[in-house]
Design a protein around this ligand. Structure first.
Ligand SMILES: N[C@H](CCC[C@H](N)C(=O)O)C(=O)O
Length: 277
């Protein structure tokens, strides 16, 4: 069969988006890995799948798969692209779209200027929410990585994040420490590793080594996790501009159990059809 897809990105975090409302297909892990390959396949950081909702109060089910084929709980940049995709494909005419994810429900709001705001839910700092092996909930946890003692903030945005403060993201050891943090044994389901430089209370620079995909040009849940951890540590104040290699996001958080609101762009690049064997 030929599978129709749309290639999209949010600040350079790129996606293959597939409508399985009007199409029928089953994608095995190995097929996802092959399609994700930037030389032998289409190439993407994540595959996003649109399915009918299982909960009648929601509009769609939003499924997310990393380039390594692992299915995950949330993808912030992908959520913005998902909202644009379902409207462009005329799967809905709504401006406010409620979707089910493995990490819980999200509300996506398409703005007049084309940007999308996402209610990303409240951050969870309790280690068991990630999961992360630790005796208690702390603003920063000591973590032994590659013989170094690091201090990381841990945050669940549905998916797990470890946030390390650095003096200069341009010189941060992302290639060396990213994989070591991602697969650290104290994170039984692995973790996304964020490297955060505090520029001012309302601005950070951020690089993220993503679980299952490696370093990406942007990470929406990573931006939310870094802001939540920074505000909890008294380093940041809402709203925060998060400057990523692929561009900037605006993150707002009123603290405590309030949701984080992420606003940013969603772009289409091309449409295509790919044979599935
Ligand atoms: N790699 C992430 C999923 C994609 C997150 C990122 N692309 C975003 O925009 O939030 C994980 O394994 O939890």
């Amino acid at each position: 069969m030929l599978l129709h897809f749309t290639k999209m990105h949010g600040l350079g975090n790129d996606f293959m988006v597939v409508d399985l409302v009007t199409q029928r297909a089953r994608l095995r892990d190995e097929q996802i890995r092959q399609l994700a390959d930037r030389h032998f396949g289409i190439g993407f950081d994540q595959l996003l799948i649109v399915e009918p909702p299982r909960d009648p109060d929601l509009d769609f089910r939003y499924r997310i798969f990393n380039a390594d084929g692992s299915e995950v709980e949330n993808c912030g940049n992908g959520a913005r692209c998902f909202a644009r995709f379902v409207r462009d494909q005329r799967l809905t005419h709504k401006h406010e779209i409620r979707v089910e994810t493995a990490g819980g429900p999200l509300t996506l709001v398409v703005q007049e200027d084309g940007r999308v705001s996402v209610d990303m839910g409240a951050p969870r700092f309790a280690p068991e929410a990630l999961p992360f092996e630790a005796a208690q909930d702390l603003p920063r946890h000591a973590l032994e990585v590659e013989g170094e003692r690091l201090e990381v903030g841990v945050v669940s945005m549905g998916n797990p994040h470890a946030v390390l403060r650095v003096d200069d993201v341009d010189n941060a050891p992302v290639a060396r420490l990213g994989p070591a943090i991602e697969s650290h044994p104290r994170f039984p389901k692995r973790v996304n590793a964020g490297f955060m430089q505090v520029v001012s209370p309302h601005e950070i620079r951020l690089r993220v080594y993503e679980r299952g995909s490696g370093e990406t040009l942007a990470c929406g849940t990573g931006a939310c996790a870094a802001v939540a951890s920074g505000i909890r540590q008294g380093l940041l104040e809402s709203p925060v501009t998060v400057r990523l290699p692929g561009g900037s996001l605006t993150i707002e958080w009123a603290g405590n159990d309030a949701p984080l609101i992420m606003t940013g762009p969603a772009e289409r690049v091309f449409e295509g059809r790919v044979p599935l064997n």
